[in-house]
Design a protein around this ligand. Structure first.
Ligand code: AMP
Ligand code: ZN
Length: 138
């Protein structure tokens, strides 16, 4: 088993586990972007969110929702940024689905999700919406 998160899920390597259930394990990121940076991973090895079984996706988001409040409270944070790097092109370095929960404070120097993007678009909204509706209906 070479996947680092599978090895954490399997108990082969240590991690600061903060919660677990039948479908997921949540543990501290070993290189935290802020105190309280948590990763929630499904027990099943799946690289991309779209490849998760529907029940596993439900359970994953339920765990994220369950932990958002405790992470905020434990770190006395004002909010949390919650995100997924989904695919190598996005900066995903571990090819096992994981949701980052990162506590945030006023003036912590970090930006919103919007700050990731240079806002480069070329296509009209109606055309984009039509393309996505078609793909989602297929
Ligand atoms: P990403 O760039 O979205 O793939 O994030 C992967 C995250 O996994 C990074 O923030 C790493 O710091 C974290 N990470 C890598 N190895 C471990 C580990 N053994 N225990 C905890 N977190 C890890
Ligand atoms: Zn894995």
């Amino acid at each position: 088993m070479s996947c680092i998160f599978c090895r954490i899920v399997g108990g082969e390597i240590p991690a600061e586990v903060v919660a677990s259930d039948l479908e997921n394990v949540a543990f501290l990121d070993v290189q935290p972007l802020a105190d309280g940076h948590v990763l929630v991973v499904p027990r099943a090895h799946v690289a991309a969110i779209e490849d998760l079984e529907p029940a596993a996706a439900d359970a994953l988001f339920r765990m994220v929702q369950r932990l958002a409040g405790p992470v905020r409270q434990a770190l006395d944070a004002a909010g949390t940024t919650i995100g997924i790097n989904n695919g190598g092109a996005t900066g995903q370095t571990v090819p096992h689905v994981h949701v980052h929960i990162i506590p945030r404070w006023p003036d912590d120097g970090a930006g919103s999700v919007h700050t990731i993007f240079p806002r480069h678009t070329t296509r009209r909204l109606p055309d984009v919406a039509t393309a996505i509706r078609r793909a989602a209906a297929a």
